[in-house]
Design a protein around this ligand. Structure first.
Ligand SMILES: [Fe+2]
Ligand SMILES: [Fe+2]
Length: 156
């Protein structure tokens, strides 16, 4: 039976596990690019990109407005990272579609996403677990689930 995280660490547990799933999906894009080429990598990239955008959008809408009120500098840093990641998604989507994506570039995104998750764990998720009330946490998690539910699943 999966263990239920205590309410005090729910946001951190939930969002870090979503980050893990994003990393796993991007890892499969890397494997496909190495083993099977651009066509298969693109089939996996599309759901990965949609899911990453769903994660970022949920944080923008449900965490950052409150973080801005409490810790402006931390919020600004995360907004900048989101901007950077969205830019990289556009860049890499074009490169994959044009069959010109380099493994090293996708690996770089993997490293950037991992660093971003660590940053958020420290700067935003720990704060959210301490500061948000239960309805706000529930709303955040329901929004994440709803945005993921409409994202296409990886085909393999
Ligand atoms: Fe984020
Ligand atoms: Fe995140």
């Amino acid at each position: 039976m999966p263990s239920v995280p205590p309410p005090s660490s729910r946001v951190r547990t939930h969002l870090m596990s979503d980050h893990q799933e994003l990393e796993d999906e991007l890892g499969r894009v890397v494997e496909a690019l190495e083993a099977a080429g651009h066509a298969q990598a693109q089939e996996l990239w599309i759901p990965f990109e949609a899911r990453t955008r769903a994660h970022l959008d949920t944080e923008d809408n449900h965490l950052l407005p409150a973080l801005f009120r409490w810790r402006r500098r931390e919020a600004r840093a995360i907004v900048e990272e989101h901007k950077h990641i969205r830019g990289r998604l556009v860049q890499l989507a074009k490169a994959i579609a044009a069959k010109k994506a380099k493994l090293s570039e996708i690996q770089r995104l993997f490293d950037e996403l991992r660093a971003h998750a660590r940053n958020e764990e420290r700067r935003m998720y720990a704060w959210a677990d301490e500061s948000l009330n239960l309805p706000a946490k529930e709303a955040l998690m329901a929004a994440l689930a709803a945005s993921i539910a409409v994202v296409p699943r990886p085909p393999f």
